[in-house]
Design a protein around this ligand. Sequence first.
Ligand code: ADP
Ligand code: LRH
Length: 503
Amino acid sequence: PGDLRVAAVDLGATSGRVMVAVVGPGRLDLAEVHRFPNGGVTAGGSLFWDVLGIHREVLAGLRTIAATGPLDGIGIDSWAVDHGLLDRDGVLLGNPYSHRDGRTRGVPEQVWQTVPAAELFARTGLQHLPFTTIYQLAAARGTAALESAQTLLLLPDLLGYWLTGEIGAERTNASTTGLYDATTGTWAVDLAARLGLPWSILPPLRDAGDRVGALLPDVAEVLGRTPDDAPVPVVAVGSHDTASAVVGVPAAGPGEEGERFAYISSGTWSLVGLELDAPVLTEAARAANFTNEAGIDGTVRYLKNVMGLWVLSQSVQTWERDGTRVDLPALLAEAAALPALRTVVDIDDASLLPPGDMPARIRALAAAAGEPEPRTPAEVARTIVDSLAVAYRRHLRAAAATADHPFDVVHVVGGGAHNTLLCQLTADALGVPVLAGPGEAAALGNVLVQARTLGADLPDLAAMRALLRATHDLRRHEPRTGADALDWDDAERRVRPGRPTTV
Ligand code: ADP
Ligand code: LRH
């Protein structure tokens, strides 16, 4: 075909965006059409997603795109794990919970009494995270919603259902549920049955690249399409945002310099790891708490969740709530001028998972570990960034060791690619170059997979990434050595978790 014009809906936990892209030979133009804040709503003591509000914003963005040119396809990706339940009439049963809601507290331990943690890892290949879908469903046992549920839809699939009327579970996101067998690539219905979970609610699996369906007539009308216009297909992409972000890592191709890469998908969460051909289900991988999530085209995302820039953005919210206006780039510039590694904390500590006053929690962690307590916003920001770099170092080295897969370069993608201080520290900590960008890797990965389905000549990941590299500039950070070198081993030793870590 000629150039394709597609819409990428990329929903992050901090903001949702609807982007438009034009893809053709040597061409990959991406533009933001609509961005809206996300973050959840507390009601009745629980933390929910405002999923109808998200749907409305998605429609608004799509309508703008449809009004300004041809629309050849739509793809949706979002954060993982969270889901909605439909009743037998296909109606949503209640608001989807946020994984940061406290209802799964203590639930993993109950689940392990029936299915031991080691067995769960052997089957699903997932790191332990207290909010994985399996634990959310276990927490919901006995509720009216779960008892009435006919179908479980992960959030991108729920939004796709509202566009097309089609149900299904795209595989990259299904792999994050704890109910997906990492080896066979099918639902682990036996695990669900043993836990007394209604396994029949798990919908048929679909692959990234499958066509989901055409827009429902009422949705097409909202987008301003007439019955004479060509139908617009919704295409399943790597619907887990991290899967799309990994597609959007502009890694070098086979045989090229930099082909051995690690990545950090740096957004609300930081997802740090490797792209592999097969899962690593060894005891060493389990002990190091790595996850094997499904990537596109049969790849495996061997990675770990790091608490990420969530801690910084919640700090900013805390200061702003208390009346201090914060300009993030200015704050980071101030932090960059402070001494490095003065205070480091375990950034994966469980206390940092729920929303709230992060500066106070960071100070508490520092006090418990005998580190100097950061006081000013710049000191707190510095502690967060330094502690993230320490965590990246530890986890990427462990990933390379447990997967026997060394790397020569680290790609940082997502909003955190704009954080030059963190990117430079990551290069310093790991002693390899960091290539930063693109900031919108997930949307680009979403676009590339759609474009292939719609006929673009992008047969494999290597071709997609070659197009990315040809069309996007990256920022390179060389590791500093000599007089600038910091004592990262010492910093790692000083990180003493005050409480059990979350991730
Ligand atoms: P998500 O997709 O999870 O919503 P993003 O990938 O959009 O998250 O990343 C959001 C984060 O990126 C912000 O919390 C912020 O820390 C960081 N970020 C975005 N822009 C900048 C910038 N100009 N400078 C520094 N950090 C930035
Ligand atoms: C990042 C992400 C991550 C999941 C978490 C729930 O947005 O999808 O990969 O673990 O959100």
